[in-house]
Design a protein around this ligand. Sequence first.
Ligand SMILES: Cc1ncc(COP(=O)(O)O)c(C=O)c1O
Length: 458
Amino acid sequence: MDPLDIAFAEVRRFLATLDTRPAASRGTPQEMRAPLPARLPDTGLPADAVVRAIAAAAEPGLTGNATGRFFAWVKGGALPASLATDIMCSGWDQNACLASTSPAGAVLEEVAGAFLLEALRLPPDASYAFVTGCQMAHTTALAAARHAVLARAGWDVEAKGLIGAPAIRVLANAHHHGSVTRALRLLGLGTDCIVPLRGPEPGKVGADDLRAALAAAPCAPTIVILNAGDLNIGACDDFDVLCPIAHAAGAWVHVDGAFGLWANASPRFAPLVAGVDQADSWATDGHKWLNTPYDCGMAITRDPQAHSAAMRHTAAYLTTDGPVRDPMAFTPEWSRRARALPALAAMMELGRDGIAALVERCCAHAAAIYDGIAVLPGATGLARPMLNQGLVRFENRRGEVISDAVIAAINASGEAFVSGGLWDGARVMRISVCGWNTTARDVERTIAATAAALEALR
Ligand SMILES: Cc1ncc(COP(=O)(O)O)c(C=O)c1O
């Protein structure tokens, strides 16, 4: 049988079972290894046998983040057009690094980039890069920031590196994601340069705190990192207030908007991120709230010159500078799949209204799950979703925190998949809704599974 037919049949079968299969994987490592050869085969196997073996090996270990009942971490499923486009991308096997290596990859990426800026209501002349995820989006955007703040200090970081450079300080929302920290490590800035900023409201930087931090070293090259949606409570910084303060001090403002930047696409939730368009760079994901398949992140900057100065590389054998943008002038990767195309498909499939409706629907579902769970005996609601993220804590009758045990029991039930975290020193359950196909019925199933788990454990 044609391996492609087998692959399509497997994907169709998997998608058809989403509603009934456990949201969490239940397979053991042994079960996943069993269908595969114990060691590298001396001679190659027929392609159809390989595809069947890999499908059998993966099946018991597949998590259901494409189901409507997956509320762990921050994950969306894959919209139908986006998934189908992703599959075509693999089939076409384009190297979308240059316009000359893949005209289709480069031209369609330009269209995707323009749509992205429109959807997120960011400056239409901003530069963009489609990268593997928000981790690399931070790395790319912060490389542009590093270039810009050091260029202002008269230092060419691409030529001279960081040894001997004026020290950059990074004033970051204390609730920054670990991917920000890793990006700073990858960029050679290290983590000691981070000054954590807090404020009177949970998860948000206070204006006075930012002012005081800026005033502590008024001449230092400075990057300010703010949040559009922190991963615990979805807190968004007051960009309208903070961006002008940072800019008055000559700082570059970068926004982690891995999922929360999409609030700007919804007229109802855009006020939460008012002024976010005033920042200098943004990092977001397609594979979270836009519901593209992995891997799709986006780095966007207000300063295309700084962005491409940080990333551009030329070589005699590369054909560049044609009428169409070369993607790799803005990305850290060289060879790369045409990963903008599934994002283009998702944006076309949803349209402006559909993106807003997706955001609003997920927020409503998150609030409904929270409201249904917070009233259960033994549950304490800690943060009702202002966006799509909420927190609850569980206690037994003796007042001991049992959040992790409840999470494990919900996941073991197969009815939903949730994950935990730490909030105010106690273990909590996080609720994160990003999936395009979550329904009111999925919400009911999740509340019922939580009630059953809690009842059994109290
Ligand atoms: C707020 C935030 N920033 C960054 C990231 C990292 O994104 P990615 O996994 O796409 O690199 C995440 C992932 O959950 C996140 O929630």
